[in-house]
Design a protein around this ligand. Structure first.
Ligand SMILES: CC(C)(COP(=O)(O)OP(=O)(O)OC[C@H]1O[C@@H](n2cnc3c(N)ncnc32)[C@H](O)[C@@H]1OP(=O)(O)O)[C@@H](O)C(=O)NCCC(=O)NCCS
Length: 170
């Protein structure tokens, strides 16, 4: 398969970062309730988001934070987990990635949204230092909305970190 058929959209666009992953919920991924173990889905989300981040910056990335994770519905043993991730926003050396997770019933075809998460990744250079990332190209209104919301989340995150740094120690 050539690069041109695998990746769509102009260089550094949101669509170029998009990652689709599927996983079957096999018995080893289930908890005692017969649903997928939450930590396992977090690992899949981390991989999905990291892949999106790397498609954008083409360098080593590390997970800096899971900013928000919502478990909306349990995902059952035997169902198919569908993950879709993309870079929502780029800052200086960091990127916010969003991942939505659906549960697909393989017998009926019913698909329900089960989770969503926002994560921040930092690009590293060959010395392990944070390195600048290319600016994200926003093509659609949806891209613009996600970017705006990511900026709001970053502003809140930075304010929280600043407040924690300035809090009196006792
Ligand atoms: C994430 C990490 C690289 C940041 O390093 P640092 O020396 O604190 O870097 P800086 O303070 O220069 O910040 C670099 C960027 O990281 C972002 N960042 C740092 N800590 C963050 C956090 N907790 N949440 C979100 N972003 C964070 C900063 O906002 C900055 O982004 P910007 O350049 O776009 O503004 C470092 O803390 C680290 O290596 N953490 C461990 C990562 C890891 O092991 N992950 C799990 C396995 S991949």
């Amino acid at each position: 398969m050539s690069t041109s058929t695998l990746f769509t959209g102009p260089p550094f666009s949101v669509s170029r970062t998009r990652v689709d992953m599927t996983q079957h919920v096999l018995p080893q991924f289930a908890n005692s309730l017969g649903n997928v173990f939450g930590g396992q889905v977090l690992a899949w989300i981390d991989i999905c988001a990291a892949t999106a981040a790397q498609r954008h910056c083409r360098s080593v990335v590390v997970t800096a934070s899971f900013d928000a994770v919502e478990f909306l519905l349990p995902i059952k043993l035997g169902h198919i987990v569908v993950l879709r991730g993309q870079v929502n926003a780029t800052f200086n050396t960091s990127m916010e990635c969003g991942v939505a997770v659906w549960s697909e019933n393989p017998l009926t075809g019913e698909v329900r949204k089960a989770m969503r998460a926002y994560t921040t990744f930092v690009a590293l250079d060959e010395y392990g230092k944070a390195r600048p990332v290319p600016k994200l190209v926003l093509e659609t209104e949806e891209d613009q909305r996600r970017h705006r919301e990511a900026e709001e989340r970053r502003a809140k995150r930075l304010a929280t970190r600043l407040a924690a740094t300035n809090a009196p120690r006792g």
